[in-house]
Design a protein around this ligand. Structure first.
Ligand SMILES: Nc1ncnc2c1ncn2[C@@H]1O[C@H](COP(=O)(O)OP(=O)(O)OP(=O)(O)O)[C@@H](O)[C@H]1O
Length: 284
């Protein structure tokens, strides 16, 4: 569904250049429910904006659903934003119109795309558990309920990919759990590919895969495997893998380097092959 290769994004501010993505590689399969984590400023929102067609990459390759985001004309990009991707932000005011009802809000993107589908709008409100509030104006709903309407809005035009930037960032733990359940259900029942940027460790644990971004590159990923029946008392198994790019480069966590006695100023390592293992050692 998503292929990023050596993706670069440079922002120019006055005479300064900020490299927000520095050759990021990432592949997401259709139907995956995955999370992206990373420190503030690591490039998570920048990546999501590229995927959502809100901003254009500076270099590299970016394909979503077989479409080349680099080659799109502005008109194609507008069509892409309406039809291929849905977006949910932390601050849901960006998605919602306060004086319209929940139902009218969900129908708004349909009207913009020129095809209203009331049956689908009602189904979506049911899916997010707000069928009974469809005629309420937005300001009559709680923050968590508004966030659920925002999810229904994002799916109004039946996108294949749902992008969510800190979707549980401004709601309490209980509401966050409801929102995660909704993502899981939409992923299962519609086969929707879902990419969630989050700081929420709890949420990150419950997706199929979590990719972590450091300094504008993917550094490692954690896979969740359903535990085999005989070991079911252990719960799900998490496996953390470092990401290797095409040139064979990887990022080594700073705490690992410290653990083998490497100084902050050291910028070289010994690397040896020993009994089928790669061993990293501080310089002699
Ligand atoms: N429009 C912009 N103009 C200039 N620099 C930008 C712009 N957007 C992002 N940046 C810079 O790019 C880098 C990555 O920012 P980004 O917002 O993608 O990080 P993030 O991981 O989403 O952070 P946070 O978790 O704080 O939202 C930062 O150094 C940021 O200052």
């Amino acid at each position: 569904m998503i292929v990023c290769e050596n993706l670069v994004k440079i922002y120019k501010v006055a005479d300064l250049e900020v490299v927000a993505l520095q050759g990021l590689d990432m592949t997401v399969e259709a139907g995956e429910l995955m999370g992206i984590i990373g420190n503030s400023g690591s490039g998570k929102s920048t990546l999501l904006n590229m995927l959502g067609g809100l901003d254009r990459p500076s270099a590299g390759k970016l394909f979503v659903d077989g479409q080349d985001l680099f080659r799109m004309t502005n008109a194609q990009l507008v069509a892409y934003k309406l039809a291929t991707v849905g977006f949910v932000w932390q601050n849901n005011a960006r998605n919602l119109i306060p004086y319209l009802t929940a139902l009218q809000n969900v129908e708004m993107p349909m009207l913009l795309a020129g095809k209203r589908d009331r049956k689908w709008a009602l189904e979506l409100l049911d899916m997010v558990g707000l069928g009974h509030r469809k005629h309420n104006q937005l300001h009559q709903l709680s923050g968590g309920e508004q966030q659920r309407v925002a999810i229904a809005i994002a799916l109004a035009n039946r996108p294949k990919l749902l992008l969510a930037d800190e979707p549980t960032g401004s709601v309490d733990t209980r509401t966050a759990a409801i929102i995660l359940d909704i993502f899981q259900e939409l992923n299962r029942s519609l086969g929707l590919t879902v990419v969630i940027v989050t700081h929420d460790v709890q949420l990150a644990r419950q997706v199929d895969r979590v990719v972590s971004i450091r300094d504008g590159k993917t550094s490692s990923e954690i896979l969740r495997r359903e535990a085999a029946a005989e070991q079911s008392d252990e719960g799900d198994v998490h496996e953390e893998l470092a990401v290797l790019d095409r040139a064979g480069r990887m990022q080594i966590p700073r705490e690992y380097l410290q653990a083998i006695g490497l100084e902050e100023s050291d910028n070289k390592l010994r690397i040896e092959l020993e009994d089928g293992r790669i061993v990293l050692l501080p310089p002699r």
